[in-house]
Design a protein around this ligand. Structure first.
Ligand SMILES: *[C@@H]1O[C@H](CO)[C@@H](O)[C@H](O)[C@H]1NC(C)=O
Ligand SMILES: *[C@@H]1O[C@H](CO)[C@@H](O)[C@H](O)[C@H]1NC(C)=O
Length: 321
């Protein structure tokens, strides 16, 4: 009944407006030209403002700058993009001063580099298979397992064993000379990239320990060794480190969730999203405080390759004995 009454009341009202309303309309039309021009330009500006704010929103949502509840403020490298090379310089901390300096190697320039261009995705897959084979011999009871081909250290239950001794009969059936050759080749290319980036000679830096494969899933930690997610400084944890590199062997959001690498700067958390074949490298001092997010699902494979400037802390490439 209410709609009917409204419809009914409309006719007398518009009819009652009569000639007076039409005269009013003419007046408005003649004096309204200026008004409508103003209205038009206002509309144009509103449109521009709208487009600008949508573009801004798109930029924010695209993830270059995200102020998410997960504490991530900036993504340095997305999983979906193939980065030729990116370097971000940060001032060196004083951590290097408390160690013996090696001119031509000890960092004078500090920072972080990321490249998807030196290890192919196909090579990363072959390296991941080496990790899978080795880790299938052991594995931690908790969510984080490691395999160090140099020392032979392999997670097994709540401990580590020396794979070369513990599985001496199996090691030769597990790995091939080719595996070790590829491992060496990849290590060399990463070392050269680091040297080039920081303006040092590749021959003045040495592989150091620990250098290891890691396999992380979402199983609950059983020992402190499973707790990979704590913020840390490599040079504080391992005094010998000067340059740390990571080669990712699986893809964030495709193979696992969580597990992003986070540089924790004052006022910003800057992430590197793992991508198979992606190399991320950085100077090991407290200018590069970082942590790895907990893995929520799936399995994350990576290899940590560390370098020192002190030849006394150098180690050799692994050999299939
Ligand atoms: C995680 O890996 C461990 C071996 O390190 C395995 O025992 C466990 O079943 C895995 N958990 C999941 C959820 O896949
Ligand atoms: C960085 O992330 C941590 C948690 O991972 C959070 O506590 C901290 O507030 C974040 N920092 C910034 C500046 O967002």
């Amino acid at each position: 009944m209410a709609p009917q009454r409204r419809a009914g009341s409309r006719t007398p009202e518009s009819g009652g407006a009569g000639a007076g309303a039409r005269a009013e309309e003419r007046r408005r039309l003649s004096s309204g030209v200026k008004g409508s021009v103003q209205k038009d330009s206002r509309r144009k500006w509103l449109k521009v403002a709208f487009l600008l704010s949508s573009a801004m929103l798109g930029y924010l949502l695209s993830g270059s700058y995200l102020l998410g509840e997960d504490g991530v403020t900036e993504v340095l490298a997305h999983q979906g993009e193939s980065l030729q090379y990116k370097f971000i310089e940060v001032p060196c901390s004083e951590d290097y001063d408390s160690h013996k300096r090696f001119e031509g190697c000890t960092p004078r320039k500090c920072g972080r580099g990321i490249t998807d261009a030196i290890i192919s995705r196909e090579e990363a897959e072959r390296i991941r298979r080496i990790a899978e084979k080795g880790l299938s011999l052991g594995g931690s009871d908790g969510g984080a397992s490691i395999l160090d081909l140099h020392s032979g250290a392999l997670s097994l239950g709540k401990h580590f064993v020396n794979m070369y001794r513990y599985f001496s009969d199996k090691v030769h059936d597990t790995f091939t000379e080719e595996d070790f050759h590829l491992y060496r080749d990849v290590r060399q290319r990463i070392q050269q990239k680091i040297a080039l980036t920081f303006g040092i000679s590749s021959s003045s830096m040495y592989l150091t320990k620990p250098t290891f494969f890691s396999r992380i899933n979402n199983s609950e930690a059983k020992t402190a060794h499973d707790e990979y997610w704590h913020p840390h400084i490599d040079k504080v944890t391992y005094g010998s480190f000067d340059y740390t590199s990571l080669l990712y062997l699986s893809d964030y959001t495709e193979d696992f969730g969580g597990g992003r690498f986070v540089f924790m700067d004052e006022g910003a958390n800057r992430t590197v999203e793992p991508r198979a074949g992606r190399v991320s490298f950085f100077t090991s001092g407290s200018e590069n405080l970082h942590h790895v997010e907990k893995v929520h699902w799936g399995t994350r494979y990576a290899i940590t390759i560390s370098f020192t400037c002190n030849p006394d802390h150098g180690i050799g490439d692994p050999v299939l004995t």
